[in-house]
Design a protein around this ligand. Structure first.
Ligand code: MF3
Ligand code: CO
Ligand code: CO
Length: 262
């Protein structure tokens, strides 16, 4: 079933969940520095989510159906050539120039807020910075396509066009998703596609847009830990994510950060 957020109470609950998720990204930025481990970032986020925000970290023990190991940590930390679902560890210590996606999903009063952004430890190289910028632009261009009457394909097309114009590639194995009381609901929001294709958007639909864009080829592989997705060619990957709802004339982004408000 396609996720819908339609009553005033549900909309308010998604605003709260989204704001909580965005506050975690606002909080963690200053701690992303050379020398910090991804596990230290996980522990700091976990404490903030549970103690300050009174939320549940949705990734912790998520999944595990079909013999898969449940996700063992509270956030995803995906460094450099890691595409998504990187597992925080004490041994992964950030070094100067590393690019890291931190992906936060919280549950507040039964509703999910899911958002991620790119950070840099120290000074990134030119390519890492350009890939992160173009990927963020891809996400915003996708969000600009969100309005009743447009299609999911319009979103995917806008993202793919911008990525490929910059000679980057779009990861196809992962997509945005319906979200609300359920973490990963229908519809699947592909980050590539054709204008006019796919499901028509209606007011009240609630989903994420979370493009993963690679500097090299689009192909990925999953590591033996069953979660970590990396680029096959080991070139850089970047991702940004927001949770939103289709409104009468556009989109309401539930996970907007202070730095994004105009
Ligand atoms: N937050 C990811 C998403 O955007 C999902 C993480 S699931 C986990 O959909 F188990 F890997 F944490
Ligand atoms: Co998501
Ligand atoms: Co996410």
């Amino acid at each position: 079933m396609v996720a819908r957020i339609e009553t005033e109470a549900d909309i308010q609950a998604m605003r709260e969940a989204g704001r909580c998720a965005s506050r975690v990204l606002e909080m963690i930025g200053e701690y992303v520095q050379p020398g910090v481990s991804t596990e230290a970032l996980n522990e700091r986020c976990h404490r903030f989510i549970v103690e300050e925000l009174d939320c549940i970290p949705a990734p912790l023990n998520y999944g595990g159906g079909g013999g898969q190991m449940p996700f063992p940590k509270s956030i995803c930390t995906s460094v450099n050539h890691v595409v998504c679902h990187g597992i925080p560890t004490v041994s992964k210590v950030l070094k100067n120039g590393d690019a890291i996606n931190i992906d936060i999903t919280v549950i507040k009063n039964g509703f999910h807020g899911d958002t991620s952004k790119m950070f840099f430890a120290g000074e990134p190289g030119v390519l890492a910075r350009r890939l992160a910028t173009v990927t963020q632009e891809c996400m915003y261009l996708g969000i600009e396509q969100v309005r009743p009457g447009n299609c999911l394909g319009d979103i995917g097309h806008a993202i793919q066009q911008h990525a490929e114009k910059n000679r980057f590639s779009v990861v196809r194995e992962f997509c945005g998703h319906g979200i609300g009381k359920v973490f990963h609901d229908d519809p699947q929001v592909l980050h590539y596609g054709r204008p006019g294709a796919g499901m028509t958007l209606e007011e009240g639909m609630s989903f994420t847009i979370e493009p993963m864009i690679n500097a090299g080829k689009r192909h990925i592989k999953i590591l033996p830990d069953q979660w970590t997705a990396v680029t096959k060619d080991h070139k850089l990957s970047a991702q940004w994510e927001h949770t939103l709802r289709v409104t009468a004339d556009g989109a309401e982004i539930f996970t907007l950060r202070e730095e994004e408000r105009i």
